[in-house]
Design a protein around this ligand. Sequence first.
Ligand SMILES: [Zn+2]
Length: 200
Amino acid sequence: MLNINKLLDKLEAWGCYPEVYDGCIEPGYDDGPIIAANWNHVPKSLQRAMDNAIDASDLECEWSDEWTLCGGCNKAVRTSPTSYGWMQSYVILNGETVCHKCVQDDVPEYLEHLGGGDNVADLFGMDFEEMGFERWNGRYENGWYPGQNDTPWEVTKKIQEKYPDAVVVFKVPSVGQFDLYFEAYYVKDAEAWENVLESA
Ligand SMILES: [Zn+2]
């Protein structure tokens, strides 16, 4: 029978781009080892031997183009949606994939990322008010339905009309099939921003 190392060699040779992850940090999944590959390239004649080898292991099978590695904890995160309500559980910080858990190891870096532009938003349920931000107005909507045409750059503009030096961050609490909701938080000026970063 194939053992896992031999199986990996074979998958490599078949052009399946196998990848083994020691754990899984994706919400809703068990934190166990994963083998990801392009299974389409497994020859039919060897399918059964491969299935047996995987069944005998504790590996879960996934598709290699749907997962990537968190650079912090070396566990797997999904890169492709499983449903309409799915939200990405990682962020790219300085070119590195960082999962929702590892983001907590360097919150100031994450805040700099969020405060650096109005095309990014927190998807991990950060408590911005607890950190010293103020909430701006209510809930914004962007989507396909009439009236769902709020945009973060317009919200940023409104906030900065009142507080020209405000730093604004956004949060997306949930997404639907055709729309998403977002919330805006701000600090008034550079000093308040420094305070938030220092105490984060
Ligand atoms: Zn991680």
